[in-house]
Design a protein around this ligand. Structure first.
Ligand SMILES: Cc1cc2nc3c(=O)[nH]c(=O)nc-3n(C[C@H](O)[C@H](O)[C@H](O)COP(=O)(O)OP(=O)(O)OC[C@H]3O[C@@H](n4cnc5c(N)ncnc54)[C@H](O)[C@@H]3O)c2cc1C
Length: 374
């Protein structure tokens, strides 16, 4: 095997050029460290380009909220340095039943200024909907701390910016093993004083013991890109099933009523683990999802019934027809016991995997925390 890169010893080598790896690189560069990144593909094509581009800050709780707020600062600082689109647009949660409004009222009471209750008219206006289109709206809430980025472009833009400020990214280098100070790849070794492993759901390929200790699985999600001409907001749009997934809302007492009603009225959504939400990209197309299925492997087959259930629900909220332009499957790491896997399996090597679906939200906060520990 050639040892093409081993003459250079950086302060930090990062494995993985998804958002978690790139955020670590951006934060390291801002602290004056020299950085190399090793990525197996010719461009990032993992979870970080397949998601909604929604930094869901407001509805996190506890440590994740602190990390999300720190990440929010990191996203905005990186956007201003790298010049990518990041909108302080918040998220609109749409309530179509009184129990859903109950969740939002409890959440707003607990969160103060971070959550603004919206009238039915204001919620419909933000969606660009006429009053009589789609399901009747009871009201809504604006989660003011949330951010939006465009997942299709932001990862490549951040990578290009990092390269322009001296970060060497070794594309098409598949990491086959890691030792203290050395990353072994199929195209030679890459060396650094410290190593951060940010390979998302493929952690079991490099550190199976760490992955197994946290019972890491792959969560696969059904997604679509649609035209929805009436939608004009940059805010992420969340619905009832989202209230059951994000802790800030899921921990309210009214969330139990929402779940019980959806079990009766909309079992097809709960059966596929739906979090029905959507985000508009700067070009006007809309990212729509999602469902959740958990396994060790990821069968590639997309179930049309799942897609139909999600698209029908979005159409009821948007109040217009949707034309599907693309479909894909997203995959992220999931653990039943922890939302974050942060381990030091050997001296000078930190593993950072987000093991629930909030890696876009937390990436920069996690990077700051990792670098503060070094
Ligand atoms: C459909 C979907 C919707 C989501 N929506 C949101 C959302 O709105 N908000 C939010 O906060 N989060 C969301 N998430 C979660 C979020 O996308 C992930 O948590 C996050 O992108 C994980 O980033 P990552 O860098 O760890 O992983 P990835 O983006 O998967 O990057 C890991 C990188 O490591 C590389 N790699 C792996 N193994 C090796 C190896 N051996 N050698 C070299 N390189 C390797 C891969 O090629 C890949 O580029 C969503 C996820 C999905 C799938």
């Amino acid at each position: 095997m050639s040892d093409a890169h081993s003459d250079l010893v950086s302060d930090l080598v990062i494995v993985g050029a998804g958002i978690v790896g790139l955020a670590h690189a951006a934060e390291a560069v801002s602290r004056g460290l020299s950085v190399q990144i090793v990525e197996r593909d010719a461009a990032a094509v993992g979870a970080s380009v397949r998601n909604f581009g929604h930094a869901c800050v407001t509805a996190q709780v506890g440590e994740l909220r602190d990390l999300a707020e720190s990440s929010r600062e990191g996203w905005l600082a990186a956007a201003s340095r790298a010049g990518f689109w990041a909108a302080e647009a918040g998220a609109v949660v749409v309530a179509r039943a009184s129990d859903e409004m109950g969740v939002l009222e409890e959440f707003a009471a607990a969160e103060g200024d971070a959550v603004e209750l919206l009238s039915a008219e204001e919620t419909a206006r933000r969606l660009g909907r006429g009053a009589h289109e789609g399901d009747p709206i009871r009201g809504g809430a604006l989660l003011t701390r949330d951010l939006r980025v465009d997942p299709r472009t932001v990862v490549a833009e951040l990578a290009a910016h990092l390269e322009s400020v001296g970060v060497r990214i070794h594309w098409r280098h598949c990491v086959t093993g890691i030792e203290p100070g050395v990353v072994r790849t199929n195209r030679g070794d890459v060396r650094g004083e410290r190593i951060v492993v940010a390979v998302g759901h493929d952690l079991d390929h490099l550190f199976p013991g760490v992955a197994d200790a946290h019972e890491l699985r792959r969560c696969r999600l059904s997604m679509a890109l649609v035209d929805a001409p009436s939608l004009s907001t940059d805010a992420a749009v969340l619905t009832a099933t989202s209230m059951l997934r994000y802790d800030g809302m899921a921990q309210t007492s009214a969330a139990g009523e929402v779940r019980a009603r959806l079990e009766r009225e909309r079992p097809e959504l709960l059966d596929v683990g739906a979090n029905v939400m959507f985000t508009r990209r700067p070009d006007g197309t809309v990212l729509v999802g999602d469902s959740h299925h958990y396994d060790l492997a990821t069968p590639p087959f997309l179930d049309e019934d799942v897609a139909d259930a999600l698209l029908a629900e979005v159409a009821r909220v948007v109040g217009g027809s949707l034309r599907v332009r693309q479909r894909w499957q997203g995959v992220y790491a999931s653990s039943p016991s922890t939302p974050l896997v942060r381990e030091t399996p050997m001296s000078g090597v930190d593993v950072v995997t987000v093991s629930t679906g909030v890696g876009m939200t937390l990436a920069f906060g996690l990077a700051r925390a990792t670098l503060a520990r070094m």
